[in-house]
Design a protein around this ligand. Structure first.
Ligand SMILES: Cc1cc2nc3c(=O)[nH]c(=O)nc-3n(C[C@H](O)[C@H](O)[C@H](O)COP(=O)(O)OP(=O)(O)OC[C@H]3O[C@@H](n4cnc5c(N)ncnc54)[C@H](O)[C@@H]3O)c2cc1C
Length: 488
């Protein structure tokens, strides 16, 4: 029997695994998909919120402000792209001016550092591309932008390097109470565990119901986005919000940590927590709303639309508690925004609850936190030449838009959680993130990955299991014994 099993490896499961990995414990991480960070964690606004939005006294308020500090520190230590660019909430009328004053007061109560109320002139001086209709703004310098999937990966990889066992393709379908713990069925796998952490995102209510009386219901809310080419990335320098409303933080316009511009999201109730469609109506709404803040976005430069689903529940706050009647079973449910910003602080709460349920926390003598990734395009000419000399694969550029080399892809395959899909390589190396969105490099990445993993190219999907690109081999390519080549 292992000590702790974590269900779900989005940023919340990964942060919990990372937090537990420094103790002398046996920890299992079960994820239903073929990779980590494949749920809401890969499809959100990627903002590390400052923390003025949540009501004072809530878990969200405390954990957002603590998390903001912790995420930035962890990103630095684990080599995750994160930039503290600050955020602004715009006011367009008297009502909004009242709202930003309220947000300022809340922020002060929540302990957010450096908040300032700006006049229209001050806001426009900082951001000349804002609408001339702006009447004032709230400035929060501690807000940041991050690569959310790389943050999740960095936490999960470090946990795995330090002994956490990750099982992908392991959807949990049943949990049974047994003497001293729980028996968890996850696909072909059965795990017996003293304690369980439920970090299943939008499906946390269903996982909870496998073992305890119903306690909360997820009402999934989808948010759709435009991702713009880097030509638009400098249109604003801060995260630009509008005043929040009942549906969330409203439509934002923001540079991404990779230098693109992100515009969105809307808030659309959906029946299915896995429904990540984008709709003409949703995107039209996003465009209309965003134009109020930044009128001159050139949507011809849009390179991708995507959506993510919020784990909104019938309870207004994060749900971080031991399930009633299920000792040692910890729910981390309703982790909607600011869940990404709060992730390490939520994980710390989970560890406290596990300790209260009887988990002994003895620190390991050695905890390896070293994580450095080669970003070839950021090296000097001399460093590039030295690297190519040592490993010629760094001399072969595979993704031309983002200058990602074969060496970087092969390094990802040698990493603690090797990618198994084209998007898995994208999340680790950045290939396919540029203007052509993988149109040119996708097939080459597929070929390199197949070769490196020693599998047939037809077995490499675009992303999740079943998202096949090649469905079979032509007779001619099979007769020729081609390894990486043609398919149908
Ligand atoms: C539109 C939108 C914008 C947002 N913007 C921000 C933002 O800017 N800043 C911020 O702080 N937060 C933001 N959030 C919130 C943030 O993205 C989430 O709080 C965070 O990603 C939640 O992480 P998670 O690990 O709980 O969920 P997920 O990332 O969804 O992870 C849950 C994992 O559990 C797995 N799983 C589910 N069921 C099972 C099962 N039965 N067995 C095994 N595995 C299972 C899933 O496959 C998934 O990988 C936003 C959310 C949305 C939707």
């Amino acid at each position: 029997m292992v000590d702790v099993t974590i269900i779900g490896c989005g940023v919340i499961g990964a942060a919990t695994a990372f937090a537990l990995a420094r103790y002398d414990l046996s920890v299992v991480l079960l994820e239903r998909e073929n990779d980590v960070a494949d749920g809401t964690t890969k499809a959100n606004s990627a903002i590390i919120h400052a923390g003025y939005d949540p009501e004072p006294g809530t878990l969200m308020a405390r954990l957002n402000v603590e998390g903001n500090r912790m995420v930035k520190e962890l990103a630095r230590r684990l080599d995750v792209p994160c930039k503290e660019i600050g955020s602004m909430v715009l006011a367009f009328d008297e009502g909004d001016l009242g709202t930003i004053r309220t947000l300022y007061d809340r922020g002060v109560q929540n302990g957010v550092p450096g908040l300032r109320l700006l006049s229209a002139e001050e806001a426009l001086a900082l951001e000349p591309n804002l609408s001339r209709e702006v009447k004032g703004a709230l400035l929060a310098p501690s807000a940041a932008v991050i690569s959310p999937w790389e943050f999740c990966l960095a936490l999960a990889e470090t946990a795995v390097k330090n002994g956490v066992q990750l099982f992908l393709n392991s959807p949990v379908t049943a949990i049974e109470r047994i003497e001293g713990g729980y028996r968890i069925t996850a696909g072909e796998r059965v795990v017996e565990s003293r304690m369980v952490v439920n970090a299943a995102g939008v499906h946390a209510d269903r996982v909870h119901d496998m073992v305890a009386p119903h306690a909360f219901t997820t009402h999934p809310s989808r948010g759709e986005y435009y991702l713009m080419d880097k030509s638009q990335g400098a249109l604003v320098g801060h995260v630009i919000f509008q005043c929040p409303n009942a549906d969330g933080k409203g439509v934002l316009v923001s540079p991404t940590v990779h230098g693109n511009l992100i515009v969105g999201p809307n808030a659309e109730p959906v029946d299915d927590g896995d429904d990540v469609a984008v709709t003409a109506g949703g995107l039209a709404f996003v465009k209309r709303q965003a134009a109020r803040s930044v009128p001159d976005i050139n949507y011809r430069e849009s390179i991708r639309n995507f959506s993510g689903v919020r784990a909104v529940t019938d309870r207004p706050d994060f749900i971080i508690e031991e399930a009633a009647g299920a000792p040692g079973f910890i729910d981390l449910g309703g982790i909607k925004s600011p869940g990404l910003s709060s992730a390490p602080a939520i994980a710390a709460e989970a560890v406290k609850l596990l300790a209260r349920a009887g988990l002994a926390l003895n620190e390991k003598p050695a905890f390896d936190e070293q994580r450095r990734r080669v970003r070839f395009k950021e090296l000097s000419s001399r460093e590039k030449a030295a690297l190519i000399e040592k490993e010629p694969a760094y001399g072969r550029v595979i993704c031309r838009c983002e200058t990602i080399t074969e060496g970087e892809i092969l390094a990802a395959v040698r990493g603690p959680i090797p990618p198994v899909s084209i998007d898995g390589v994208k999340r680790r190396c950045g290939s396919g993130m540029g203007r052509c969105q993988g149109g040119f490099c996708g097939p080459r990445v597929q070929e390199i990955l197949a070769r490196a993993l020693g599998v047939d190219q037809c077995e490499i999907p675009q992303d999740t299991a079943g998202s096949r690109i090649l469905t079979g081999r032509t007779k001619q390519s099979a007769d020729n014994g081609e390894k990486g080549g043609a398919g149908v």
